[in-house]
Design a protein around this ligand. Structure first.
Ligand code: ZN
Ligand code: ZN
Ligand code: ZN
Length: 781
């Protein structure tokens, strides 16, 4: 018997906020209370989990500590408040019914990769869920993609059509079961089922559709597979012909695909996997991780070069649903897994829609009858300098919010054009949407529109301010302007200011920074195309403190698709016609007619917008070296220029040469005045051409060019720091997806005493723009 006296009893009312619903939090609280012999109750509300416990003082204190330290793996606690009061004399501990509250909202768990316990059941022939592709529990499975409204209960999800069998219901009702209140709980008797159909919608087999699909994949067929957030297109990644066929049908000639492999050991066969990369691959988020591809590894099963042509990084992910686990094991091959869409349309979601849109791409469809409510692409991440960074933020990350360093107003940021997202702010949160896509077609605009409605409904947000880009022709800008209801305020935000504010918010900063915003295109405050920008910025304001000199882009959009035009334009503008040596690789790739057109455009200043873009400079150097004169996907010329630098590094390692060119760089010229620095590029361009004439390898020129850009950043940051006293530097914009540049820049800046901030939770590319817009609009008066 415990010697309980009035003095040693304690009682606590506790409120826990964060992701604490649908993640096994109440059973955890129940178990913890019972373990410490505490009485009271726990229940969910629309905004928190409320707990009342009483018992011995020491036990209550222990409970309070362990609430945080022992929380279930998927719980994400934002805030705990505790009040103590005299005990009320509860007789037991119970889980009470949820209570909805008007106007309140809570955070929503993203979808989560299959947990180890569920995987164990899936692979156990004795288990009732053996090979059942919809196995899940409170620690894993679909969440956000099946939620239509809150509070998160089965009738408000796409699981409402499935009535649980008595066994599933018993699991669902038992507080000590791993499936207690697991809303998507299901089994082969009562849950969703898969079916294999051909591209006319005819059922192919009634027996084991997954095994049949595996067989078709082994035969080189393309199979569309319904996953968590939409259809993925799969084929055998070791089969050149299958991969080429997929490219041809999907109209995607060389943009890299990702592969899915059975487990982490297989991933290590294909790539050099660092411990941080392993953690990320095997995390509950289970994103695609871009890692160094072991091309000639004897343990590699030989992934086709067609999967990621000309690249040295391979995007790899592990199975994240039970269906994937079974399929990968049955097939025994690495599979290409790419979004089920035609080039830049949104990912296909419903069975009918997939058959309509993808029947020209896939030979077969592995479909199922659990509806998807939200389209959700796979997330893509890299690990650089030991820290992970998202390149595409979608599955398993959204709609988890970014925590802001201030109390936010209700604002909508509509984003830019490519890789678009939107962002809604409220309280201390920025709800950045999942990756929506390139805003170039009506389907993507509809996806954008309906997802905004969903987020507004789920998080009870009615924006009072709408922020958009300066570019009047972006669909997102037009969308914003059409919401011209009375009382809503519009704020236009300069693209590169948005990039820097996004990086600041990503890092929770609230003091001014030197912002280095390098990307391809963004409309400047002066109407020119910016993209090689040094800003002094905070959330309220920005000032342009430096940039690359303005150079014309002959043909505008045509120059972006054909970097060769940019290169020839730069040579003609900076060095004159005499520099157009016909032995230059870039000239060899162009015909006389094209060169003639470029000259006329430059002379007459027709359709040759001025640009200060760093992305275009990377394009120009890539084309100049004969690496990439025309592109198939955004950023390709710059990416392949980066790859050339690694080839130099690899060659050096192999030959054992001295690292003589590791620090070499090219000259450039900074003109400073009136708080502004302009980088002139003629010296750089003529030095690169001279190296080409001397027969210096492309790899070595690429390394020198990367060194030059890093030095340029460092030098200009010093000049701005001398003027302003600011020593915090934020790096943003798509150019910083270049890992070599990022690494060199960060180490150079840090060794000169700067505090450097890069993106982590939010992409540095235009997928992060809406966050920047929303935080800036929060400070607009
Ligand atoms: Zn599980
Ligand atoms: Zn069942
Ligand atoms: Zn940008």
């Amino acid at each position: 018997m415990s010697k309980v006296t009035g003095q040693s009893l304690k009682s606590a009312s506790i409120s826990v906020r964060g992701i604490v619903q649908g993640v096994g939090f109440r059973p955890f609280v129940y178990g913890l209370a019972v373990e410490h012999n505490l009485k009271g109750w726990v229940y969910n509300t629309s905004e928190d989990v409320k707990i009342e416990v009483e018992g011995e003082t020491e036990a209550v204190e222990q409970f309070e500590r362990e609430l945080e330290t022992k929380a279930p793996p998927l719980a994400h606690i934002e805030n705990i408040t505790i009040e103590h009061h005299p005990p009320l004399g509860y007789k037991n501990f119970e889980i009470r019914h949820s209570q909805a509250q008007e106007g309140k909202y809570q955070l929503i768990s993203p979808d989560v990769a299959t947990c180890q316990a569920c995987l164990g059941e899936l692979l156990d022939p004795e288990d009732r869920r053996y090979r059942y592709p919809f196995t899940n529990c409170t620690n894993c499975g679909p969440r956000f993609t099946i939620i239509e409204d809150m509070p998160y209960d089965r009738p408000k999800t796409t699981m409402r059509y499935f009535q649980m069998c008595p066994q599933c219901q018993a699991e669902y009702d038992n507080p000590l079961d791993r499936r207690f209140h697991a809303q998507p709980n299901a089994c082969p008797q009562c849950g969703p089922q898969v079916e294999l159909v051909d591209n006319q919608g005819n059922m192919v087999t009634e027996l084991s559709p997954i095994a049949a699909a595996s067989q078709l994949l082994k035969e080189g067929k393309i199979v569309a597979i319904k996953g968590l957030g939409g259809f993925l297109l799969a084929c055998d990644a070791t089969n050149d012909t299958a991969v080429k066929t997929l490219r041809h049908r999907k109209k995607r000639s060389s943009k890299p695909f990702a592969i899915m492999v059975t487990d982490i050991d297989e991933a290590k066969g294909h790539c050099d996997v660092s411990p941080e990369e392993e953690d990320l691959l095997t995390s509950p988020q289970s994103p695609i991780v871009l890692m160094k591809w072991k091309e000639d590894s004897p343990t590699s099963v030989g992934v086709s070069r067609e999967v990621a042509p000309n690249l040295r990084f391979l995007g790899v992910m592990l199975p994240y649903t039970p269906l994937h686990h079974i399929l990968l094991r049955d097939t025994g091959l690495p599979l290409v897994m790419t979004s089920g869409n035609l080039s830049e349309e949104p990912i296909a979601r419903d069975n009918d829609e997939a058959l309509r849109r993808l029947s020209g791409i896939a030979d077969y469809f592995l479909i199922h009858n659990r509806d998807i409510y939200s389209r959700y692409d796979d997330s893509v991440a890299i690990v650089e300098r030991g820290t992970s960074q998202l390149i595409r933020r979608a599955r398993s990350y959204a709609p988890y919010p970014i925590r802001l360093p201030f109390e936010a107003r209700q604002v909508l940021g509509c984003g830019a054009e490519e890789k678009n997202t939107f962002c809604l702010t409220k309280d201390q949160y920025a709800f950045l949407s999942q990756h929506i896509g390139d805003m170039e077609n009506i389907e993507t605009l509809e996806h954008f529109n309906s997802t905004i409605s969903l987020y507004k409904r789920l998080f009870h947000i009615e924006p009072e301010i709408i922020a958009h880009d300066l570019h009047p022709d972006y669909l997102a800008t037009k969308y914003a302007r059409e919401l011209g209801e009375s009382g809503i305020k519009f704020v236009h935000v300069q693209h590169h200011h948005a990039h820097i504010a996004s990086c600041m918010a990503d890092n929770g900063l609230d003091s001014p920074v030197i912002g280095v915003a390098f990307d391809g295109t963004g409309m400047g405050a002066d109407g020119n195309i910016w993209g090689g920008e040094f800003l002094v910025a905070d959330y309220r304001n920005f000032r342009r403190a430096g940039h690359l000199e303005y150079l014309p882009l002959p043909g505008g959009a045509a120059a972006i698709k054909r970097p060769r035009r940019t290169a020839i334009g730069y040579i003609l503008t900076l060095l004159g016609e005499n520099a157009l040596d016909h032995d230059l690789p870039v000239i060899r790739g162009a015909d006389d007619m094209e060169i003639g057109v470029i000259k006329r455009q430059l002379e007459r200043k027709i359709n040759s917008p001025l640009s200060s873009s760093m992305g275009r400079l990377f394009d120009a150097i890539s084309a100049l070296l004969g690496i990439r004169g025309e592109i198939d996907y955004e950023g390709q010329a710059a990416v392949e220029l980066e790859m050339a630098a690694y080839s130099s590094v690899v060659a050096r390692r192999v030959s054992g040469e001295a690292i003589s060119h590791a620090q070499e760089s090219y000259p450039y010229h900074i003109v400073e005045g009136e708080g502004m620095r302009i980088v002139h590029l003629s010296d750089l361009l003529s030095a690169v051409i001279e190296d080409l004439r001397q027969g210096v390898s492309r790899g070595r020129i690429s390394v020198k060019f990367h060194n030059t850009v890093a030095q340029m950043i460092n030098e200009i940051c010093h000049l701005i720091a001398d003027e302003t006293g600011i020593t915090q530097v934020a790096l943003s914009g798509g150019v910083f997806q270049n890992r070599l540049l990022l690494r060199k820049t960060v180490s150079l800046l840090e060794s000169s005493g700067f505090q450097v901030f890069t993106h982590r939770q939010v992409p540095c590319n235009d997928g992060g723009i809406s966050l920047g817009q929303a935080v800036i609009a929060n400070f607009a008066v």
